[in-house]
Write a protein that binds this ligand. Structure first.
Ligand SMILES: CC(=O)SCCNC(=O)CCNC(=O)[C@H](O)C(C)(C)COP(=O)(O)OP(=O)(O)OC[C@H]1O[C@@H](n2cnc3c(N)ncnc32)[C@H](O)[C@@H]1OP(=O)(O)O
Ligand SMILES: O=C([O-])CC(=O)C(=O)O
Length: 389
């Protein structure tokens, strides 16, 4: 039961935090649209580049608009050598989300221009906004792949400009040109994770953006929020959980035990959806596509995941708890050769499009976020110096 006292709603459940025209979801029927376009169509027919453009600019691009945006993204894939040097100082066993946050936070020092945010009394100059959107979005994949090589003690693989965003990411991660079917699957994953109304990390981005902080720090703040296991960090935990279950036969007992211990099942449940997340369905479809492409060869963990979903039909579905976007994504990433602790950074690459779209929307009509609280502490009381306590 959700407590509402004196207007305070824990977790701000159901409380509107902003007005936005970027995405819409209906959690009763499992509908998600970006700028009005259904996610099913975007995942099938669009690309990450076009989806990012749609989110940031509001509608479908003309051919030349998309070509220009794509060319700018390609041209901005390289990051300064100094960013690489920062990575070299980070502990190799640190979580990639921490490495990513550190490096994204540093970008503003290498690409300055913060003073332009408040130029001439307006909240931002549009050229700076567009430049930073491209710079940050283009850098994300490079930073994630760069950390993968640096932590292994290898030289990073330089980005290529002749590949799409998704192809280039897989190329930089795996040091080989990706199979076209695999690249298309990665592209669809990036589309699917790009935006999701006012989730926790986007809210974090909005709060940070509302202070007119620079966009690299807006994204860094969102990365920190996405990292938690109740949010984007669940995708990594799903795979570890499937490993722990071990086999299809053990699923039912494992789930009983888990629920009896009042532990959450990773990759299940959502604040907004009371049906299966539409993206989980699409991701499962992509897993099927990959299985067919590989002549039936896919991780045995996929069978365990499907068995868990079947068991949860009886035990969690009646409470409105279904697989969310994090449930099937990791199985795809693992099949594409990506280490588990890089699953959430991939989510961050994609969600950067949504974060920056919200940042742009926020600063165009800004008011600093400054909510209030219900004070539960002491009445004013007298301070005793240490000597008289
Ligand atoms: C990209 C994303 O962020 S998608 C979400 C990724 N996160 C996860 O997969 C982590 C597991 N899921 C969860 O912890 C939750 O479902 C959240 C954080 C996503 C949503 O949280 P809330 O909207 O606050 O729901 P809340 O935690 O209040 O759950 C309501 C009830 O469902 C139960 N519940 C919710 N999710 C789960 C779950 N995954 N497993 C078991 N029980 C669950 C809660 O225990 C609670 O039960 P109760 O009413 O008996 O106390
Ligand atoms: O909307 C949320 O609460 C979580 C989220 O970001 C998503 O599901 O993509």
């Amino acid at each position: 039961m959700d407590k509402v006292q004196n207007g305070y709603v824990p977790g701000l459940k159901g409380v509107p935090a902003t007005e936005s025209a970027i995405s819409f979801l209906d959690g009763q029927v499992g509908l998600l649209t970006y700028r009005g376009f259904p996610i099913v169509d975007l995942a099938r027919f669009s690309s990450f580049e076009e989806t990012a453009w749609i989110l940031i600019n509001g509608g479908l691009p003309e051919t030349d608009e998309l070509a220009r945006f794509d060319a700018e993204l390609r041209a901005n894939r390289r990051v300064k050598y100094n960013v690489r040097d920062i990575m070299k100082f980070l502990p190799i066993d640190g979580h990639p989300m921490e490495a990513l946050q550190t490096c994204v936070a540093s970008l503003g020092m290498f690409y300055p221009g913060q003073e332009r945010m408040t130029a001439n009394g307006v909240n931002a100059d549009s050229e700076f906004v567009e430049q930073m959107i491209v710079k940050i979005l283009a850098s994300m994949a490079t930073l994630v792949a760069m950390w993968e090589h640096i932590r292994r003690g290898d030289d990073p693989v330089q980005p290529r400009t002749d590949l799409t965003y998704a192809e280039n990411f897989l190329y930089m991660m795996n040091e080989r040109e990706p199979d076209p079917v695999e690249a298309r699957i990665m592209d669809a994953c990036l589309v699917l994770h790009a935006e999701h109304t006012i989730n926790a990390s986007t809210f974090s981005a909005l709060v940070c953006g509302s202070t007119l902080a620079p966009p690299n720090l807006v994204v860094a703040s969102a990365i920190g929020t996405l990292a938690g296991p109740l949010h984007g960090g669940a995708n990594q935990r799903v795979l570890n959980m499937l490993d722990e279950i071990g086999s299809v036969e053990k699923v039912s007992d494992w789930l009983d035990q888990r629920l009896a211990n009042k532990q959450v099942v990773w990759g299940f449940g959502h604040r907004e959806y009371k049906v299966k997340d539409p993206r989980a369905d699409i991701l499962q479809g992509l897993l099927e596509q990959l299985r067919e492409h590989r002549s039936g060869q896919i991780s045995p963990l996929y069978e365990i995941a499907m068995a868990l979903e079947r068991c949860a039909e009886e035990r969690l579905a009646p409470k409105g708890i279904f697989p969310n976007v994090d449930f099937y994504s990791g199985l795809l990433y693992e099949a594409l050769g990506i280490p588990r602790d890089q699953f959430t950074p991939i989510f961050a690459i994609s969600r950067t499009a949504g974060w920056l779209a919200h940042w742009k929307e926020q600063i165009a009509n800004n008011r600093i976020f400054r909510p209030t609280q219900i004070y539960q502490g002491y009445e004013p009381r007298s301070y005793q110096p240490m000597s008289s306590r």
